[in-house]
Design a protein around this ligand. Structure first.
Ligand SMILES: [Zn+2]
Length: 312
C-alpha cells in the first residue's frame, strides 16, 4: 500500500509529551482521545487538537513555534481525496497567513484577494491549480513590495458591518473558566450587545476598538492571533472540499479575528491587564462555542467577501 504524508505540528507533539492529563472543564466533560483530532484524507493526514481544551489552546496560541511541522508517513485510512485545487488553495492561504512581510490584518486582506480570484475561476469552471500558484506568486511579490499593506490602508471603512458583527456577539454564550465576578461581567457585556440601540452600538464599537489598540499583549506578541488564524486554516483545511462560497470562508476568518479581539477589549475594561492565562480562557471558550455555531451566510460570494474584508 502506498504511504501518505502524516503531519503533526509542534503543538500536537508537545501535547502528547505531557506527563499529566489535562483537567480543564472541557476535558472533564469529554471522553476518549479528546482533544486530539485527526483529519484523515486519502492523500494526507493532519493531526491537531481541539482548542476548546485549555491546555491545547495554550500550546496552539502561546508558542511562536507551535506550527513547526513534523512530517512522517502513514497508511491511508480514508477515501476522501484532498484534490490538488483545494490543497493548493489551502497551502496558499497558509503561506499568506505566515508571510513575514505582512501584518496579520494584511494577511487577511491578501487571503481575501486570493479567495475572490479563486471564486471567479471556480465560477467559470477553470479549476486549474496552476492559476492559483501564479496568483500566489503575484500576491507574495505584492506583499514584499508593501503594496498589499498600502491597499489595505485605503480600503473604505464600512462601519455598519462591524456594528452588525458586534451586535451578533450578543448571541454568544461562552462557557468561561474564570472567577465568578469576571465571568458574570463578561457575560453581561456580551448579552447587552443584543439589546442596544443602533446609535449606542456604534459608540460601543468605537470604545472597544480603542481598547484593542491598548491591548499590549496582542501587539507585543502578534503570534497569538496569528496562530489562531493558522490553526483554523491548517486544522480545517480551509476553504476545504465542501466550500462552494469562498466569501463565507473569508467571513468566518475575519469574524473570528474580530470576535477574539473584541473579547480581549471587553476583558481589559475591567482588568488591569490581559495575561496569557486570560487569553487562554477567553479563546478556549470561544473555540468551544464556535464548534456548535459555525457561521453560514446567505449572500453571494462577492457580497460576503466585501463584508468579510470590512471586519479586518
Ligand atoms: Zn483540557
Amino acid at each position: 500500500m502506498e504511504l501518505i504524508e502524516h503531519y503533526q505540528p509542534e503543538y500536537v507533539v508537545r501535547f502528547a509529551e505531557r506527563k499529566r492529563a489535562c483537567t480543564c472543564p472541557a476535558c472533564q466533560k469529554s471522553a476518549g482521545d479528546w482533544p486530539v483530532t485527526q483529519l484523515k484524507l486519502k492523500n494526507q493526514q493532519r493531526d491537531s487538537l481541539d482548542a476548546g481544551c485549555e491546555t491545547a489552546a495554550r500550546e496552539i496560541l502561546l508558542n511562536p513555534q507551535a506550527f513547526v511541522l513534523h512530517t512522517s508517513t502513514t497508511e491511508p485510512d480514508s477515501k476522501q481525496v484532498f484534490n490538488t485545487w483545494d490543497e493548493t488553495l489551502n497551502q496558499l492561504c497558509i503561506n499568506l497567513a505566515v508571510h513575514p512581510a505582512l501584518a496579520l490584518e494584511s494577511s487577511l486582506y491578501a487571503i481575501g484577494v486570493l479567495l475572490s480570484k479563486a471564486q471567479r475561476y471556480r465560477d467559470n469552471d477553470q479549476c486549474d491549480p496552476q492559476e492559483l500558484l501564479t496568483m500566489g506568486e503575484q500576491l507574495s511579490a505584492l506583499a514584499d513590495g508593501g503594496i498589499l499593506d498600502e491597499q489595505m490602508r485605503v480600503l473604505p471603512p464600512i462601519e455598519v458591518n462591524r456594528v452588525e458583527a458586534l451586535e451578533q456577539m450578543g448571541a454568544m454564550r461562552l462557557t468561561l473558566n474564570l472567577p465568578a465576578m469576571q465571568k458574570m461581567s463578561m457575560m453581561l457585556k456580551l448579552s447587552e450587545l443584543a439589546v442596544m440601540e443602533p446609535a449606542r452600538l456604534q459608540d460601543r464599537l468605537r470604545e472597544l476598538e480603542a481598547g484593542i489598540a491598548r491591548n499590549t499583549l496582542l501587539t507585543d506578541q502578534p503570534h497569538i492571533l496569528r496562530n489562531a488564524l493558522i490553526y483554523k486554516l491548517y486544522g480545517e483545511c480551509l476553504p476545504g472540499p465542501d466550500a462552494d462560497n469562498y466569501g463565507d470562508v473569508l467571513m468566518s476568518l475575519t469574524r473570528m479575528m474580530f470576535q477574539l479581539k473584541m473579547l480581549c477589549a471587553m476583558w481589559r475594561e475591567d482588568n488591569a491587564q490581559l495575561t496569557h492565562d486570560d487569553v487562554v480562557a477567553l479563546f478556549s471558550a470561544w473555540f468551544n462555542w464556535q464548534r456548535g455555531n459555525v457561521w453560514k451566510g446567505a449572500n453571494s460570494a462577492d457580497y460576503t467577501l466585501l463584508c468579510g474584508l470590512s471586519l479586518i
